[in-house]
Structures are given as C-alpha cells and as structure tokens.
Ligand binder design. Structure first.
Ligand SMILES: CC(C)(COP(=O)(O)OP(=O)(O)OC[C@H]1O[C@@H](n2cnc3c(N)ncnc32)[C@H](O)[C@@H]1OP(=O)(O)O)[C@@H](O)C(=O)NCCC(=O)NCCS
Length: 186
C-alpha cells in the first residue's frame, strides 16, 4: 500500500506535495513580504516561517494530508501552500476543516490558488469523506474571497471576530464561506 505521506497530488499545472527543507528559504521570503501578509496581523520572521514548515510537514507525515507545498510542474519551483487544516483554536463554527492558501506575490493572478484548491477539495470530499469544508478570511481580503467564490463556496450570513486577532484591529472581522459535500457533488 502507498504510504499516504508519499502521495503527491496534482492538477494540470501543479504538484501538491510534502514539504522539503529547501522550501524554507522561498517560504520565509513570501512570509516576509508585506503585500502577501497584508491581511495577517504581521509578517513572519525566518524562525516563525520555519516553524510553520515543520508543523505542516509533521501533520502531513502523521495524517497524510494538510497544507501542502505547491510547485509548478515543469520547473518544480516552489510557489507557496494550499491545503486543508483543522484550526487549533476555537471558532464559532468549530469543529471544522478549513481550506487555505498563500502564494508568493509573483505567482498571483494565474489561477494557481483556485487550481490547487480544487485538488484539495476533491481530496477532502473523496479521500477524507468530509461533509463540509470551510474557509474564512478578513472581510477586507477580497482577493481570497474571490478564490472562495470561484470554488463554489457560499458566504455565511454571519461574520465573526477572529480570536487570534486583537480587538480593535481592522483585520479582526472575518467572513466565513462553506462548501457542503452535496453542493460540491453537483
Ligand atoms: C489569495 C491568493 C492565494 C490568490 O492566489 P491566486 O493564484 O492569485 O488566485 P487565483 O488566480 O486563483 O484567483 C484570484 C482571483 O481574485 C481576483 N482578484 C485579484 N485581486 C483582487 C482584488 N483586489 N479584489 C477582488 N478580486 C481580486 C482575480 O481577478 C481572480 O479572480 P478571476 O479569476 O475571477 O479574475 C493570493 O493572492 C495570496 O497568496 N494572497 C496572500 C495570502 C492570503 O491572503 N491568503 C488567504 C488568507 S485567508
């Protein structure tokens, strides 16, 4: 039987794969980019970025899925991550499995996030047999919401305050998008 850890998912232009040590430098660069991190409370230091890679890698090893490293097929160039995660803090709609994404600035606008996310959704609904996958972001992050909309996700009527964002921070108000198995199947 194939070890889940070694499974590489793919779309037409992308591989979704386990992280490698040599992803750490380009990932730290994108996490230090203020434009990429505009809708997060802060950019990440190199150490914080490396810790994130180690966490994602460990979760994929343990469970066979998670926030996958994304690389371009012809060049094998690392461009960021897309994948599934169970938030490790309480949210008004917990428990849930979320889909998330973060790509280096120069790779935006080519449909890569949506393309990789389609693969992650397929994995979530088919391999993991999930009933629902959610996504959430600052109400100000229209670019990320556009990806959610393109995936067929529906915005919940109720916005919420993200518990990890400080009170008074304009990024605190978040919107929730959901996609049910039923809707995804049709
Ligand atoms: C969000 C992100 C992953 C999108 O990646 P991407 O590969 O450019 O996404 P896609 O090309 O698949 O789709 C982007 C869509 O947003 C649209 N868009 C771009 N800028 C926009 C803006 N300012 N407002 C609204 N829509 C916007 C694009 O036109 C495109 O939609 P279209 O195909 O209908 O034209 C990328 O911008 C990113 O990494 N951002 C920083 C990290 C982040 O915010 N992550 C989400 C946190 S929850």
């Amino acid at each position: 039987m194939t070890k889940l850890e070694t499974v590489v998912l793919e779309s037409e232009r992308l591989h979704l794969r386990q992280w490698r040590q040599d992803d750490k430098t380009p990932f730290a660069e994108l996490n230090a980019d203020v434009e990429v991190m505009e809708y997060f409370p802060s950019t990440l230091t190199r150490d914080e970025s490396n810790t994130f890679v180690d966490y994602c890698s460990r979760r994929i090893t343990e469970r066979g899925w998670g926030l996958w490293a994304i690389e371009l097929k012809p060049s094998a160039e690392f461009i960021g991550f897309v994948g599934l995660e169970i938030p490790n803090y309480d949210l008004p709609f917990s428990p849930c499995t979320e889909i998330g994404w973060r790509l280096a600035r120069r790779f935006w606008g080519r449909g890569y996030a949506t393309e990789a996310a389609q693969v992650a959704l397929n994995f979530g609904f088919e391999a993991l047999a999930l009933d629902e996958i959610v996504s959430f972001t600052s109400v100000l992050n229209e670019r990320s919401q556009r990806v959610m909309q393109k995936l067929g996700m529906q915005r919940s009527d109720v916005d919420f305050d993200h518990p990890a964002v400080a009170e008074g921070d304009p990024l605190r108000r978040h919107c929730l998008y959901t996609l049910s198995l039923e809707r995804w199947s049709t």
